[in-house]
Design a protein around this ligand. Structure first.
Ligand SMILES: [Mn+2]
Length: 303
């Protein structure tokens, strides 16, 4: 099978075999709930890569979101190694694969950028940072994802923040974009508050901007940003399982990404829950592609 071109035309290895600073990879499958239809997010990485190809020839041009070319005239330092060989039927193996891949990227002093997959794939992604802590987690999502279990499964898409809160290398959690209803009830909000998570609702974000979230993160912190596509407003990100009005704008998301890179360092990034069958005219894949360009551009600019 011919390899799909890398995100933004990135190679799968650097020409001189030098170590990359950023490694992009896809993780199509994570931990499925029993009896649930297969995830609509399996093809997300493929669709986002495809949406990025129009800009692949423009990487040396001025990107007004970044105030300069995406790679800032530095030598090419990013690779896309393609999708991990996850499978729909083996959640434990998928988790082991995602965790060990994240660990290898970090061991080579690079920043992992993962494209899911549903919101179960961040759990092994966070776990892969255990030798690279302490980390803070900034979650952008309509939902808080604090369920201890659903249908007896503790590693599914309703539980990533609960599992993160149990990891010794996770120093703190900031959650942005919460609105409307999801899997959480009062018990989940209590657990998050008891842990000390900072919750910034979508309404608070609209009122105060990125500062409302960033002030909770200590200066110099290493931050893993985890983005559920439903954190964005469905007007720019319609390709999600449950469209919820009132979400973050594209500009608010890239403001947050820039603010994290100035406050501390982006130590890792994942983007999940792009439900490609629900997308409209490729708009969500395009928005996701632009967000990833901003992430790469900000990481490249970190000292
Ligand atoms: Mn969500």
């Amino acid at each position: 099978m011919t390899r799909q071109p890398g995100f933004l035309g990135l190679p799968d290895r650097l020409p001189d075999a030098s170590q990359p600073r950023i490694v992009v990879f896809g993780a199509p499958h994570g931990t499925a709930y029993p009896h649930e239809e297969s995830s609509g997010c399996v093809a997300a990485a493929r669709e986002i890569r495809a949406a990025s190809q129009d800009d692949a020839d423009l990487v040396d041009n001025w990107d007004f979101d970044l105030d300069g070319p995406v790679f800032a005239d530095r030598p090419m330092c990013c690779v896309d190694i393609g999708d991990l060989p996850t499978s729909p039927g083996d959640s434990a193996r998928n988790r082991a694969l995602i965790e060990s891949s994240t660990r290898s990227v970090l061991a080579a002093a690079a920043v992992p950028v993962m494209i899911g997959g549903d919101d179960s794939v961040p759990i092994p992604f966070f776990a892969g940072f255990s030798e690279a802590g302490p980390i803070w987690i900034l979650q952008i999502d309509a939902h808080m994802d604090w369920r201890d279990e659903r249908h007896g499964e503790r590693f599914g898409y309703s539980s990533p923040m609960r599992r993160a809160s149990e990891m010794a290398h996770v120093a703190g959690i900031v959650q942005v974009g919460m609105r409307a209803v999801g899997s959480a009830a009062a018990a989940e909000l209590d657990a998050a508050r008891h842990y000390g998570a900072t919750i910034v609702t979508a309404r608070q974000m609209h009122a105060r901007g990125a500062e409302a979230a960033i002030e909770a993160i200590p200066e110099g912190a290493r931050v893993v940003v985890t983005l559920d596509c439903d954190g964005l407003d469905p007007s720019v990100m319609p390709g999600v399982a449950a469209r919820t009005p009132g979400g973050l704008s594209y500009m608010q998301v890239i403001d947050l990404i820039e603010a994290v890179s100035r406050r501390g360092r982006i130590a890792g990034f994942d983007l999940v829950e792009l439900d490609t069958p629900s997308d409209i005219a490729g708009l969500s894949a395009l928005t996701a592609s632009r967000i990833l360009v901003n992430v790469i551009g900000r990481i490249v600019r970190q000292p």
